[in-house]
Design a protein around this ligand. Structure first.
Ligand code: ADP
Ligand code: MG
Length: 256
């Protein structure tokens, strides 16, 4: 990170490690390039059930803070699943960090997902039997990284989210807001290109929700690319760009 526009980051200097992945594009470079993406869900007999996305074009640059909005059924989750490499489009092109992921086989797609995408879910999705440091290590375990290295990197990220003093606690010993911080640390631990957050404040009271949104804003300030799915206008106002879907199409795409 050499950009002076990010020197005012409220996070500690150790936060620089968040943006340390050598393979990640620089701020402003294209990170996700979707062209004419369509997604059709079929009935068991092979006939069309729903055309959930109808030729969406979307380009996202490294360092953007974007909200995907739209009414229920407009295609937000379908788009999120494709962006996050959890699913493939029926047709169209998707270049993620310059790699064509639209046609990848399942195992390669999940490897790319593990490297490039960090997820934060509404329901935290922590493993209750594991300590919080072990929870944050999980994505590194799947990358075959050894325990010592995993633990070191997990602790780094827990320090960034302000939970460095809770390493051996279990999720149920933490508040909802703290659990979501653990989830943010877990999303960061692989040093992904994109953080995807699906209604990350949906299960939190409004004060705690604001604190999580501030943490996410801080990550954006140090150069992370953030894509948030939300129906909450108060969440969306913090984003720099709002993409609205309607019936599977991009209805509007507005940068502030
Ligand atoms: P949103 O997240 O905006 O509510 P979705 O992407 O979940 O919208 O859904 C878009 C459309 O695709 C809806 O009509 C929904 O019913 C349909 N759909 C979503 N997932 C599936 C699925 N797995 N099988 C069949 N239809 C689906
Ligand atoms: Mg949805």
């Amino acid at each position: 990170m050499s950009s002076t526009s990010h020197t005012a980051s409220p996070l500690p200097a150790s936060a620089a490690v968040v943006n340390g992945a050598a393979s990640r594009p620089r701020v402003g470079e294209l990170v996700a390039d979707l062209r004419k993406i369509s997604k059709i869900y079929y009935k068991p007999d092979g006939s069309v059930l729903v055309e959930a996305l109808k030729g969406c074009d979307l380009q996202i640059r490294q360092g953007e803070y974007l909200a995907i909005m739209g009414a229920s059924g407009s295609g937000k989750s379908t788009l999120m699943n494709i962006l996050g490499c959890l699913d493939r489009p029926t047709s169209g092109e998707y270049l993620l960090d310059g790699k064509d992921v639209a046609q990848m086989e399942d195992d390669e797609l999940s490897r790319v997902r593990g490297e490039k995408i960090g997820f934060v879910f509404q329901a935290f999705n922590l493993i209750s039997e594991l300590t919080i440091v072990e929870n944050v290590e999980v994505p590194l375990f799947y990358q075959g990284i050894l325990k010592g290295q995993r633990e070191k990197r997990a602790i780094e990220k827990l320090n960034i989210v302000g939970l460095g003093d809770r390493l051996t606690h279990r999720p149920k010993e933490l508040s909802g807001g703290q659990q979501q911080r653990v989830a943010v640390a877990r999303a960061l631990v692989t040093e992904p290109s994109i953080i995807m957050a699906d209604e990350p404040t949906g299960n939190l009271d409004s004060k705690t929700g604001v604190a999580i949104l501030e943490l996410i804003s801080d990550l954006h300030k140090i150069g992370m690319t953030i894509i948030m799915v939300t129906h909450d206008e108060r969440v969306a106002v913090r984003c720099e760009r709002i993409v609205r879907l309607r019936d599977g199409e991009v209805e509007s795409d507005v940068r502030k």
